[in-house]
Design a protein around this ligand. Structure first.
Ligand SMILES: CC(C)(COP(=O)(O)OP(=O)(O)OC[C@H]1O[C@@H](n2cnc3c(N)ncnc32)[C@H](O)[C@@H]1OP(=O)(O)O)[C@@H](O)C(=O)NCCC(=O)NCCS
Length: 176
């Protein structure tokens, strides 16, 4: 199977984004996208020229199957790092490879000094992606989220420019 490619997210990707959001209930925490209008609003927010987001689409056979994004804190040159993958395309290592590629870019050409992310403790796949992308665990934010009536800890990770580079093969980035 061909490797996917990375390029900037575009407003025309909204239908593919909607398909990913309706494919799995765990996407609900990524944004409120339940119809075409919501998908367009989500993509417009992420692609706003003056906005804080830099969003890369993971494209497989012309379909956007996932997104890796960085939400930039310009003053501190930090970035909040996040990702999702359409349920049908998970478990192929594509999110890990995309996250490693985007993190390299963000800490290099992207000019950031610190990337940070967090995942709830009952989302171990997200932790596996973070580690594969070179993130280092910093700590545990206790009882941080209230989900379905239950308080959950969040595992905090970061990646700095001089951290050891991850070993996963990178994906081609066709548009920076
Ligand atoms: C988290 C998510 C992005 C992972 O995407 P993916 O494409 O399956 O990721 P990859 O295939 O690159 O890697 C998944 C890793 O998680 C591991 N994994 C999957 N389910 C797991 C589980 N229940 N327990 C432990 N590890 C698990 C896989 O083994 C793999 O690790 P490996 O490469 O070391 O074997 C995807 O599940 C998703 O989009 N979830 C909903 C949105 C989300 O939670 N985003 C993160 C918010 S913090």
């Amino acid at each position: 199977m061909n490797d996917p490619e990375l390029r900037r997210l575009r407003t025309t990707d909204a239908p593919d984004v909607l398909a990913a959001f309706v494919a799995a209930s765990d996407m609900a925490r990524q944004g409120s996208v339940t119809d075409a209008q919501g998908a367009l609003a989500y993509v417009e927010r992420l692609t706003e020229a003056a906005g804080p987001h830099i969003a890369f689409a993971i494209v497989h056979e012309e379909q956007v199957v996932g997104v890796v994004g960085v939400t930039v804190d310009t003053g501190n040159r930090n970035g909040w790092f996040w990702y999702w993958m359409h349920a049908r395309f998970r478990g192929r290592g594509w999110t890990s490879r995309a996250a490693a590629t985007v993190a390299d870019w963000a800490l290099g050409e992207g000019g950031l000094h610190r990337l940070e992310l967090g995942h709830r403790v009952n989302n171990p796949a997200s932790g596996a992606v973070a580690r594969a992308a070179g993130f280092v665990q910093e700590g545990l934010e206790r009882s941080k989220l209230l989900i379905d009536g239950e308080r959950l800890d969040v595992v905090a990770y970061s990646r700095l420019p001089n951290d050891p580079l991850p070993s996963v093969p990178r994906l081609p980035m066709t548009e920076r």
